[in-house]
Each structure stands twice: as C-alpha cells, then as structure tokens.
Design a protein around this ligand. Structure first.
Ligand SMILES: [Zn+2]
Length: 241
C-alpha cells in the first residue's frame, strides 16, 4: 500500500527551497565573524538568527563572552555559576554551529582600563575577524557598556580593519535606531534552541520580549522577523547574511 502523502505547508515548502542551496554552498572565502557580548546568552539574545544564517552559509562565527556569568545562575550556588553558564554557552554554540570564547572578566565587575583594553584587543586580533558585532553602548547593564567600549577601542587600534556593527538586547538597550536588517524568519527554531540553552537564565522571562523586538524589526524591514543592527558610520560595509 502506498503511504499517504505528508502534508507540507506553504511556509515549509518555501523554507526547504531556500534552505537547500544555503546548505549546499560553501563560500570560497569563508568570513570570520565575532559576536561580542557581556554575558553568556547576550550574543544569542541579540544575534542568534543572524549567526544561524552565517553558519548555514559556511562562515565561521565566534561568540566572545566577556565573562562566564559568575553573578547569577538561577537557584544554584554562586560558586557553581561559572561552570553552569560556561556549559550553557557551549551548548548554545553547538546549536548555532559556532565557537565559544571567553574574555576572562568577572560578571558584574567589568573593568575598562588600559590593561583590559589591551587584553581585549589581543583576544579580538587573534581571531582576525572580518566583521564584529557588539552591544550598543547605551545600555542599562555596566558589563554591556564595557564590552561595547572595549570593542570600539580594539577596532580603532586595529585601524578599523574589520566591519563594526552594534546589536540590541531585550530590556537593556536604549536609544537604538537600526539601519541594517537580517531576515531571521526561517531560522526561528534554532534561534530559540540557542537561547533556551541558557536554562539558568529563565529564558521564558526574556525570550518572548526579544521575539517582540524581532517581530517589530520585521515590520520595519518587510520580513516576518528580523534582527536589526547599527553599522558604525566609519566602518566598512560588512557582508550580512
Ligand atoms: Zn548581559
């Protein structure tokens, strides 16, 4: 007996038609992209859809976390937070086919001074990035503001060699007026899985807010959902997926 045909929605059909060539292609010159964030979960919150699209195209993405989230991991003892959140970050990176890297600072106590500018610039330079995403500098959280400053300084020190873009995170980013958009409508499930890898951060509380943002950004740009960015006006134009 012939098995019944599986129903396939119009959206799935479009998704599979678009996804296949993306997976089949491997770029001749894969880009190196670094997404810098204050804590494990920040790069995912602001950019997981964009990261998923980059890696599906064969580009290399590194998630650079300024600290290991030592300051909060739900109900567990603070002494266990760095281990718990490092493991969550590794899991999120696995979902996104990216690599985790840690900046060696401490959650909630970010230091922005000459030695730490130098440290951060060294970490970034070792990756030779083509494009770097970081927090928008006007933000409620000190660690987010710190990593934004550290990235800007490293970019200037590197002679603006890589493209520099800023991203937004739910509840913390303020005064953000994006000019670049990435359609993330077809990678929602991977984006969600990467954010929910950070189980100790109670993603049910913030993930829906981030989805509200990407739906709103989608409305601005003509997509169902989009992540939005500000390019530094003096930055070269980077290849967005
Ligand atoms: Zn954060």
């Amino acid at each position: 007996m012939k098995p019944p045909a599986l129903p396939i929605s119009r959206r799935e059909l479009i998704a599979s038609a678009l996804a296949l060539p993306l997976l089949a292609e491997s770029p001749a010159h894969p880009l190196k992209i670094v997404v810098a964030g204050g804590h494990p979960g920040d790069p995912e919150c602001g950019c997981a859809g964009t990261i998923a699209r980059y890696t599906a195209l064969g580009h290399n993405v590194v998630l650079l976390y300024l600290n290991r989230g030592e300051g909060f991991c739900g109900g567990a003892s603070l002494s266990r937070c760095a281990d718990i959140r490092t493991a969550e970050a590794e899991k999120a990176c696995q979902v996104l086919k990216a690599r985790a890297l840690f900046g060696g600072q401490y959650d909630g106590r970010a230091i922005v001074d000459p030695p730490h500018y130098d440290d951060f610039a060294r970490v970034l330079a070792a990756e030779s990035p083509d494009l770097v995403f970081t927090h928008w500098p006007i933000d409620r959280h000190r660690d987010h503001r710190a990593v934004s400053m550290l990235t800007l300084d490293a970019w200037l020190k590197a002679g603006k060699r890589f493209a520099l873009y800023y991203y937004e995170v739910a509840e913390d980013t303020m005064m953000f007026s994006p000019g670049d958009y990435v359609d993330i409508s077809l990678v929602e499930s991977r984006r969600r899985a990467a954010c929910y890898a950070h189980a100790s951060q109670q993603p049910d509380k913030w993930y829906p807010k981030q989805v509200e943002i990407t739906r709103f950004r989608g409305g601005e740009s003509g997509f169902q959902q989009a992540e939005a960015f500000v390019r530094h006006p003096e930055s070269k134009i980077g290849l967005l997926p």
